[in-house]
Design a protein around this ligand. Structure first.
Ligand SMILES: Nc1ncnc2c1ncn2[C@@H]1O[C@H](COP(=O)(O)OP(=O)(O)OP(=O)(O)O)[C@@H](O)[C@H]1O
Ligand SMILES: [Mg+2]
Length: 468
């Protein structure tokens, strides 16, 4: 039963704080309405569905709730359910339980579930007015705080979000190294923001007006990479019909970002080392040396020290690149940054997709905190985007995020490493299936290089589907 208190809410009431009164006693509703409507914009409902409908539509931040609602006005079940539904929709809602002495136990149970306060029955209207004033002021203050809490100072470095201690330490390092020219090696799992950090170092440094040249050492086909990097003279090999400058040359005066450096083939590692030592390059088939003055930043999601030990990666090149190291922790080790990031993304994507900006429900926040995020920030971007498109109603619910929570919970009992392995395997086989076994497409969708994908497939014993 939804009872329209006024036929139309006119402009005067539009500015007043919104309060929803839920009670199955029409007499009480009318009384409260009459007494409070000079200061508050009162909405009323007589049962749970009606209350939820108004709560969602009008976004009433303050609710006065009687627990005994039809169809079972004698017990508190329906009222408690209404409370839970509302808090799921808006975890910040202030819900005040109206309760007589005999219902004390239920009222306490409601507070335990997240109700804001208890107000005694029979309702003394002038006292209620004072309490509501205070609660509405509180709501206003909180809204202001939410605005202030947005990651501006301390919680971010430019567009890089991170209030957690490891991220704050990284921001300090960036500031220290950006004024120097020392080579930096950035390590971290896939999707942790290595390229973003490389960009930030470039943009805060003295070479910010020079070019930022990113080369993905794993993505360029092996047959082309040498000429891509170093350039070639006309006629130096079949197909080299013109002279071409290499990508390294373009970094002159700026920053050269060698992404996925761990995927660089062995013979090119030698050439790269020579370039780093002498800062000159020689185009394929050329006789002239070209000098390049650029800052070097490399990144990898591999464990390069291990690759050095096993002989896959040259030790001398490693020491050239890793004069300074920045390790980006995986998202699951960044504490509350997950919430900061998710909220920031929700706002940005809503704008981008021209969708209404919905907040995360309490359940969604819980799910975000519990989840392991094996694909890190990139995975979160996909998941939040999906949620924004799928979410109905006022808030984003846990299930909109499409996180494999059943699996996460299952994994929780196993070791973290096992869980990570299992999720990785699952993501790999799903991506392979979706892309019909096409390696390039699969690698791209997962945000890893082809060699990394091959490694991962071998490690998990996954085959490329037949016929590809
Ligand atoms: N701390 C952060 N705050 C905001 N956005 C971030 C943050 N870290 C990463 N991102 C975003 O997440 C996405 C992935 O980051 P990036 O490409 O830099 O990761 P990566 O470590 O290079 O991943 P990969 O190893 O897969 O190449 C980018 O869109 C980036 O802007
Ligand atoms: Mg990258």
């Amino acid at each position: 039963m939804v009872m329209p208190d006024k036929d139309n809410k006119d402009i005067e009431t539009a500015e007043l704080p919104k309060v929803l009164i839920v009670d199955d006693d029409e007499q009480i509703l009318k009384q409260i309405q009459w007494f409070l409507s000079d200061e508050f914009n009162i909405y009323s409902a007589g049962d749970r569905p009606g209350a939820i409908e108004i709560f969602e539509k009008e976004k009433t931040p303050v609710v006065l709730l009687d627990l005994g609602l039809p169809p079972r006005p004698r017990d508190a079940a329906e009222g408690l359910r209404a409370l839970e539904d509302m808090l799921e929709l808006n975890p910040l809602a202030k819900i005040i339980i109206v309760s007589g002495n005999s219902e004390r136990k239920n009222a306490i149970a409601a507070v335990d579930k997240g109700a804001y306060d208890i107000f005694p029955k029979p309702v003394a209207l002038d006292e209620l007015k004072i309490v509501l004033r205070r609660v509405c002021r509180m709501v206003n203050l909180e809204n202001e705080n939410i605005q202030e809490r947005k990651p501006t100072e301390g919680g971010s470095f430019g567009e890089i979000i991170g209030a957690s201690p490891p991220m704050q330490a990284i921001f300090q390092t960036i500031q220290k190294v950006s004024s120097t020219d020392v080579p930096i090696l950035i390590t971290g799992e896939s999707g942790t923001g290595k390229e973003l950090i490389a960009n930030a170092i470039h943009n805060t440094g003295s070479r910010k007006n020079g070019p930022f040249i990113a080369i993905n050492c794993g993505a360029i086909p092996e047959s082309l990479i040498e000429s891509e990097l170093f350039g070639h003279e006309k006629g130096s090999f079949t197909g080299a019909s013109t002279q071409r400058r290499g990508r390294l040359e373009y970094a002159n005066g700026g920053t050269l970002f060698l992404d996925e450096i761990g995927d660089l083939a062995h013979d090119l590692q030698v050439k790269m080392l020579r370039f780093l030592q002498e800062k000159v390059i020689e185009r394929i088939g050329g006789r002239q040396l070209v000098s390049v003055d650029g800052r070097i930043i490399a990144a990898t999601n591999r464990n390069l020290e291990e690759d050095v030990r096993s002989g896959v990666f040259r030790e001398d090149l490693y020491f050239r690149l890793a004069v300074m190291k920045i390790h980006l922790p995986p998202l699951r080790e960044r504490g509350d940054d997950v919430i900061l990031l998710a909220e920031h993304m929700a706002e940005a994507f809503s704008k981008e997709l021209k969708m209404p900006h919905r907040r995360f429900s309490k359940g969604a926040i819980d799910a975000i905190c519990k989840y392991d995020w094996p694909g890190n920030i990139r995975e979160m971007q996909n998941s939040v985007k999906r949620a924004i498109v799928l979410a109905a109603g006022n808030s984003i619910k846990a299930e909109d995020l499409g996180l494999n929570t059943a699996n996460t919970l299952l994994h929780k009992s196993a070791s973290l490493k096992d869980a990570r392995e299992a999720t990785e395997r699952e993501m790999l086989s799903e991506a392979l299936r979706k892309n019909n076994g096409n390696i390039s497409k699969t690698a791209k969708s997962l945000g890893v290089s082809r060699p990394t994908l091959y490694d991962l497939m071998a490690r998990h014993g996954l085959q490329q589907p037949a016929g590809k």
